[in-house]
Ligand binder design. Structure first.
Ligand code: PBG
Length: 318
């Protein structure tokens, strides 16, 4: 009889045949940086995650370095918003200041910046509005300015999350022309219009003030379109392809891994984090085990890199 149980009889043989392992080398930790001083604010729907002003950031960064997490992904929360999100390309913007602070004090930490507008626009959409929709090509002009400004501040990699067509090509061309040939691009290649972003929008004050993001983010029903969009970004010169959210889109992670010769990242988003935390708090699941199992499933599906609010917790367990 074929007996697969033979290789499950003890922990040591299970260790020998284990196909997938989590390593802290694969994790990116997102950090919310807020304008002001003395800010260290809990985010209610994301227990354990906080918003920090730059003067309080060291506490968080010391932990990240102690956990041996290789990279952080920065999201900014400005004081003032406007129609177009002009602060995103200012030398004195919150992200630019945070990047300079990190590069001065933690030079070895790899810094990725979110390139988007929704935290900075008065309407909460991810670009320039034309009536009630985001104008793709007008937004590209501002995306280029923002990406260059982040690179100038010292960012190692930019991650444009706004889902405008042509984003990667625009950023690559502009970065190269400005001499930032070593600054890499992680594309939000396959990003869905997902309800799993709920807690993040509270955390970053970035909920749209009207409508939704369905004209720019993808329909959760579509798989082939994800592959098409990843092909576009691949051809435009993206360095790393990302799938977001992660847990409900493992098929896309697997598709991308099989179809491209570039590293695949996935974003274990705020709603995925909040669900585990809430159920664990109620005592309905073992939070640690569910966390590890779900992160493992992303790796098994093909993710080379996992962006996760769990990164510090994982570091302590593996
Ligand atoms: C901004 C952005 C969002 C997230 C990352 N960048 C929210 C959105 O698209 O509405 C979500 C991250 C998360 O939920 O953890 N464009």
């Amino acid at each position: 009889m074929n007996r697969t149980r033979r290789l499950r009889v003890s922990e040591n043989i299970r260790r020998l045949v284990r196909e997938t392992k989590l390593s802290i080398d694969d994790f990116v930790y997102p950090i919310f940086v807020e304008e002001g001083t003395g800010v260290e604010k809990d985010i209610e729907s994301m227990p354990g995650i906080k918003r920090y002003s730059i003067d309080r950031l060291s506490k968080e960064l010391d932990e990240v370095v102690a956990c041996n997490i290789p990279a952080v992904l920065l999201f900014g929360i400005p004081t003032d918003k406007d129609d177009v999100g002009a602060e995103t390309w200012s030398d004195h913007g919150i992200i630019q200041k945070a990047v300079r602070f990190i590069k001065e004090n933690y030079p070895s930490l790899y810094v990725i910046t979110d390139v988007c507008f929704c935290e900075y626009t008065s309407h909460g959409h991810c670009g320039v509005l034309d009536h009630d929709d985001v104008d793709n090509d007008a937004t590209l002009i501002n995306i280029a300015k923002q990406a260059i400004s982040h690179a100038k501040a010292g960012a190692d990699m930019v991650a444009p999350s706004g889902m405008m067509d042509g984003t990667v090509e625009t950023i690559r061309t502009n970065l190269d022309e400005a001499g930032y040939t070593k600054v890499a691009i992680m594309g939000y290649s396959v990003k869905y219009a997902s309800a799993f972003y709920g807690p993040f929008r509270d955390a970053a004050d970035s909920a749209p003030s009207f409508g939704d993001r369905k004209t720019y983010q993808m329909d959760p029903a579509n798989r082939t379109e994800g592959l098409l969009r990843a092909r576009h970004e691949d051809a435009e010169g993206v360095d790393i392809l990302m799938v977001k959210p992660a847990l409900s889109y493992l098929d896309l992670i697997s598709d991308l891994k099989q179809n491209f010769d570039k590293p695949i990242a996935c974003y274990n988003v705020s709603g995925e984090y909040a669900m585990v935390k809430a159920a664990a708090e109620k005592g309905w699941i073992d939070g640690e085990k569910v966390m590890l199992e779900s992160l493992l499933s992303m790796k098994r599906a093909g993710a080379d890199i996992i962006i996760s609010y769990f990164a510090k917790e994982v570091a302590k367990l593996i």
